[in-house]
Design a protein around this ligand. Structure first.
Ligand code: MRU
Length: 342
């Protein structure tokens, strides 16, 4: 499934539409960068690494279709494409890192044809590197999982979120592959139910036993001693280790500390943003309140109900036991150790 989640087809990109899961495995073929930008905004592809990969293919596809008289005109049009893709989802660092990389490659190119070719190659490279990073970080992270552990995870952080092996879910899958007898508690992840719809869909394809819980049940299971560790992914990690991840992560981290449970972040270094001193500077995406007042298209509130919908929250670094990356596992002081590996 990994390669099929996002597939470059030469003049279009094929994606598995995650909004239709788990009911349907429906694929879309996107033929222009605007369609790719919409697919990211609408969360047909979501998860920080996967957004970065699709963004890079979006630039390659957009570039391929530019008809320009000069290199300068081409680069100006490319900047517009980059701007459109950068305006889709603000929090995941991987998207902006991919856009910067693609822009640098374009500026280094000699002529239009050569730039187009190097942008395609660069997008394929970004895809390969992101996938490989999740494979490696999963191997490091699996060392933290002991036989018999019950692991609580939030949102979806597997192949669907990474177009690779997975971050938090990758660690869990790797621990199972090492023969450890483990169980998973997966939170449903309101409002868009990435846990209920996507993590369960991925876990069903493995032989890892799992139980779905609502987000508000997490404290109950922690207080009863039924959680051995928590592993989640990240959308952006500031220089001091403060981490933005799916809304609800902060509450889990505070509850974990209260109950003496290790709380791990698993993320490739492409998610780290050393330009931001702390989590206060991380832009938090505010999504349409209808995602809260409706569940899968069905209204659950009286008409006119006001709702808030921040898509992410920030967990201060002192709640984080360790950050698992493809370059190793790091602990406090994050400010020095992140600088050392990024
Ligand atoms: O809004 P989403 O579904 O894109 O949010 C995804 C998450 O918060 C993940 O935990 C994060 O991107 C890391 S996934 C490898």
């Amino acid at each position: 499934m990994n390669n099929l989640l996002i597939e470059w087809l030469g003049d279009r990109v094929k994606i598995l539409d995650q909004t239709r899961l788990p009911q349907e495995e429906a694929y879309l073929e996107l033929t222009g960068y605007q369609a790719i930008a919409s697919a990211i905004t609408e969360m047909r592809i979501r998860g920080a690494p996967a957004i970065g990969i699709l963004g890079a293919y979006g630039i390659a596809l957009g570039a391929l279709k530019i008809e320009a008289e000069s290199r300068d005109e081409f680069l100006a049009r490319l900047r517009e494409i980059n701007h459109t893709l950068a305006s889709t989802r603000p929090t995941a660092r991987n998207l902006f890192r991919a856009i910067d990389r693609m822009q640098r490659v374009a500026e280094a190119g000699r002529n239009i044809e050569q730039i187009k070719e190097s942008l395609i190659n660069q997008a394929i490279k970004i895809h390969g590197e992101e996938a490989e990073a999740t494979r490696k970080l999963s191997q490091f992270g699996a060392e933290l999982i002991e036989d018999g552990f019950t692991i609580l995870t939030h949102c979806n952080t597997g192949a669907l979120a990474t177009a690779g092996y997975g971050t938090a879910l990758g660690v869990i899958k790797q621990a199972k592959e090492q023969g450890k007898n483990i169980k998973v508690l997966a939170t449903e992840t309101r409002p868009l139910l990435q846990g209920a719809r996507l993590t369960t869909w991925e876990l069903k394809k493995t032989d890892i036993p799992f139980t779905l819980i609502t987000d508000s049940m997490a404290g109950y299971f922690m207080s009863r001693g039924e959680v051995d560790c928590i592993i989640v992914g990240a959308d952006r990690i500031a220089a001091n280790g403060d981490t933005a991840n799916k809304i609800g992560t902060y509450s889990l981290a505070v509850l974990a500390m209260e109950n003496g449970i290790p709380f791990y972040i698993a993320a490739p270094t492409t998610t780290v943003d050393l330009s931001l001193a702390s989590g206060n500077e991380i832009p938090i995406e505010q999504r349409n309140p209808e995602e809260v007042t409706n569940i899968q298209g069905l209204s659950i509130t009286p008409e006119g109900t006001q709702a808030a919908n921040p898509a992410f929250d920030v967990t201060p670094h002192h709640y984080i036991t360790a950050i698992i990356t493809e370059r190793g596992i790091i602990k406090e002081p994050y400010i020095e150790r992140l600088k050392g590996i990024c």
